[in-house]
Design a protein around this ligand. Structure first.
Ligand SMILES: NC(=O)c1ccc[n+]([C@@H]2O[C@H](COP(=O)([O-])OP(=O)(O)OC[C@H]3O[C@@H](n4cnc5c(N)ncnc54)[C@H](O)[C@@H]3O)[C@@H](O)[C@H]2O)c1
Ligand SMILES: O=C(O)[C@H](O)COP(=O)(O)O
Length: 529
């Protein structure tokens, strides 16, 4: 008999199949502290949660029988995925069940914002009859900028068109074709920030999206614009937003999510007349809660019964003899994917992986998944992509995956080459495992190099002329950026060349811009591995 613990307020109707199952017993609890949960979790085979319960490494250590953690919703930021993977606990989520509900909440927030509904309601029930203070704006003919055109962002776009809005969208995976199909103008973040009347964010919170709207963005916004966040707290800089409203740039904001939840009682959003808030209600409808609970219950039963399952968010268990051979290649392949994703500009159309030498003798399918994981996780966040779901996520985004093998050695005992094709270009990065030296990048585009894929790398494309290396080094040094290692690659003397520097800390954006403007320099790009 399997024992399942259901935490948080998960729909009873949604978990009915668990209650009905003959091989399962279900206990429901809410509001347990970490200590209380740790004290009882040892009895359970599966744990179901929403976003309130923090599933920490300590909970997993106490959960000696725990085989699966099911998240009735999308975000798994409350679950320690690395700890689950290490302990062989499968984490699954329900990514599709609350898309429409959250999209509708976004619209409710946008309309409430445009028409001051919460403020007008509060004043009216206080006994006033104030028809002058709450003159709103129409949505029709306004520009809506959507940052993040995944499941929810795309649904928001469809509804905005019906309201007569002009929709601008940005997403690293949004291609011209898909944008056309949705009736969305494919734009850059800067276009959206400069021209939109309304901006709504629908990305995960990743190092790249944290504060993607902050002071520099507010400074160039169209005065009188309005902004909505029903995705994750932290994508929009809360402090910078308050300043932008108080200085008259932003006319109002609607937030369902906060950098820290629940927000502190003195949080500035809670008493600002131009900011409306809800307590993370995006997914809170009867329908969505049933959908996500049904989806997650179904998969939990499959996992407990040893049947095939979907929507796993962390690593699958692989037989140890296969794992031993694959293990050393996982970090290399993921890093090659990450580097390629940062090299290429534009929406990714194809990822191709070639294996040569002795690595070609192994079943490389999970290494291809690892490359794809590296590419996608740069944009989707490490917590959303894993070896189980990377190919599926690529497919749903229209990214073609190709892999091939060659048994010749090409100068290395093993060589893995990743090519990334976008609308405008194809970029290449090759890597190898060197005996005793670990992972190395040995080629970038047409240039041979020898780089350890670690930390902050600065990639400079330039013409092979005397003095360039010195000028770049001087600029970095005068800005207190220490160079740890440096590599120069060229095909011909005096021709195109690249310089790859490993630096001890991230290069400030203005220094990067200054380097890019140096004579004979084509491009400077920072890559984080
Ligand atoms: N408020 C709520 O209750 C609620 C409910 C459901 C989902 N969410 C949150 O909403 C967000 C979107 O959910 P979804 O189901 O649409 O996810 P999704 O994975 O389908 O879409 C996210 C999209 O963001 C894009 N993206 C990543 N980095 C980007 C960047 N720098 N700029 C622009 N786009 C970028 C990705 O390519 C992806 O297409 C997530 O953060 C999710 O956790 C909140
Ligand atoms: O990630 C999600 O699915 C949403 O943020 C909803 O979270 P909730 O289940 O706690 O409402």
């Amino acid at each position: 008999m399997f024992r399942i613990l259901v935490m948080d307020s998960i729909s009873d109707h949604g978990i009915q199949q668990l209650i009905d199952a003959e091989d399962v017993t279900v206990d429901k609890k809410t509001g347990l502290s970490e200590d209380e949960l740790a004290a009882i979790i040892g009895d359970y085979d599966a744990l179901l949660v929403r976003s309130q319960t923090k599933v920490t490494a300590r909970i997993m250590d106490a959960g000696k029988k725990l085989k699966v953690v099911g998240r009735a919703g999308v975000g798994v930021d409350n679950i320690d995925l690395a700890a689950a993977t290490e302990r062989g606990i499968v984490v699954i989520n329900a990514p599709d069940g609350n898309t429409i509900t959250t999209c509708e909440h976004t619209f409710a927030m946008m309309m409430a914002l445009a028409r001051h509904i919460p403020q007008a309601y509060a004043k009216t029930i206080s006994g006033a009859w104030d028809r002058k203070s709450f003159v709103g704006v129409e949505l029709r003919n306004k520009k809506l900028g959507i940052l993040g055109m995944g499941r929810i962002g795309s649904e928001v776009a469809i509804r905005a068109k019906a309201f007569g809005m002009e929709v601008l969208g940005y997403d690293p995976f949004l291609t011209e074709e898909r944008a056309d199909k949705l009736g969305v103008k494919l734009s850059t973040v800067e276009d959206i920030v400069r021209t939109a009347d309304f901006i709504t964010v629908h990305t995960p919170l990743t190092p790249e999206t944290r504060h993607m709207i902050s002071r520099p963005q507010f400074e160039i916004m169209k005065p009188g614009m309005r902004i909505i966040n029903c995705a994750r707290g932290g994508i929009i800089d809360e402090q910078a937003l308050v300043e932008a409203i108080d200085s008259g740039i932003v006319a109002g904001a609607a937030f369902d999510v906060f950098e820290s939840e629940p927000p502190a009682p003195d949080h500035p959003f809670l008493r600002h007349p131009k900011i409306i808030v809800t307590p993370h209600l995006g997914a809170s409808t009867v329908e969505a809660q049933e959908n996500v609970a049904i989806d997650v219950s179904e998969q939990v039963l499959h996992i407990l019964r040893g049947e095939p399952f979907k929507n796993a968010v962390n690593m699958p268990s692989i037989p140890s003899e296969v794992l031993n051979k694959l293990q050393p290649y996982y970090p290399l392949t993921e890093k090659l994917g990450k580097v390629a994703a940062q090299l290429a500009e534009g929406a990714v159309e194809e990822i191709s992986v070639s294996y040569s030498g002795e690595v070609a003798d192994i079943d490389t399918s999970s290494l291809t998944r690892s490359v794809v994981k590296g590419v996608l996780s740069h944009h989707l966040g490490d917590d959303q992509v894993n070896l189980v779901n990377s190919l599926h996520l690529a497919k749903t985004r229209g990214v073609n995956i190709v892999s091939n093998k060659s048994y010749t050695h090409k100068g290395f005992t093993n060589l893995i080459t990743v090519k990334l094709r976008t609308k405008g270009e194809e970029r290449l990065v090759s890597g190898t495992l060197l005996n005793g030296l670990g992972a190395r990048i040995v080629q970038i585009d047409q240039f041979p190099v020898d780089i350890a894929p670690e930390g902050n790398l600065l990639l400079v494309s330039h013409h092979d002329k005397p003095g360039i290396i010195g000028r770049v080094g001087t600029l970095l040094g005068s800005n207190d950026v220490n160079i740890a290692t440096m590599q120069v690659g060229r095909k011909l003397v005096g021709g195109e060349a690249i310089m790859v520097l490993s630096v001890d800390k991230p290069v400030p954006k203005d220094v990067l811009a200054e380097i890019s403007r140096l004579p004979d320099l084509k491009n400077a790009k920072e890559i984080h591995v």
